[in-house]
Ligand binder design. Structure first.
Ligand SMILES: Cc1cc2nc3c(=O)[nH]c(=O)nc-3n(C[C@H](O)[C@H](O)[C@H](O)COP(=O)(O)O)c2cc1C
Length: 183
């Protein structure tokens, strides 16, 4: 199974990347080895000036593993009540209209505040909806992430940890079922 975890910010040392690395270990326990794609590595300088629809080698290389994936798990921090701008830029540089059609997608929200990035994830889901992605309904929202998350042990709250593990197992099944239906 070709699963990518997208750490959806370019902020250095982000908690989203740390959560992505931890969640990767949960998938590995289930026998799946996802790769992490960090938007820190998005070649932003190469799209300066609005080069939408142009052939840009660094963008093609960056997006290729995303386009080949069987499923995408987005770890999305909340920035000013929304999802980070770099994530929208990524979407705007994916092929239109086919990039997400029928592609299983799941979400983990990460925020310093009390709403666990609910706003950011739901805003992003509106974009995915428009682009006909196949959205996995079990989402996880990590509020007060600085206290709630330990990079080695996961989520301090037992129920939240169970939700994360349940999302992991459920998303693997969701991707498998979708693959069988497509074959
Ligand atoms: C530009 C910016 C805007 C932010 N806006 C919010 C916000 O609206 N609500 C919130 O709960 N946290 C906000 N935060 C804090 C992030 O939720 C916090 O940094 C958290 O660790 C997740 O982001 P990270 O992956 O960049 O570390 C903001 C952080 C940045 C850098």
């Amino acid at each position: 199974m070709n699963l990518k975890i997208i750490s959806s910010t370019d902020r250095p040392n982000s908690v989203s990347l740390s959560v992505s690395k931890y969640v990767k270990t949960l998938y590995e326990k289930e026998g799946v080895t996802p790769d992490i794609i960090s938007l820190e590595d998005f070649p932003l300088a190469d799209v300066q000036g609005g080069l939408y629809g142009k052939k840009i080698p660094s963008i093609e290389a960056f997006r290729a593993p995303i386009l080949e994936a069987d499923g995408l798990l987005f770890v999305i921090p909340e920035y000013n009540g929304g999802f980070p701008g770099i994530l929208k830029i990524l979407i705007d540089y994916l092929p239109f209209p086919n990039a997400f059609v029928g592609l299983p997608m799941a979400y983990i929200g990460v925020a310093a505040g009390a709403f666990g990035s609910l706003r950011a994830v739901e805003q992003f889901q509106m974009v995915v909806n428009y682009r006909n992605g196949l959205q996995f309904p079990e989402r996880v929202f990590i509020q007060r992430v600085n206290n709630a998350f330990d990079p080695k042990g996961g989520l301090n709250n037992e129920m939240q940890q169970k939700l994360l593990e349940s999302q992991t197992q459920g998303f693997i099944e969701f991707i498998r079922t979708n693959k069988i239906n497509q074959d």
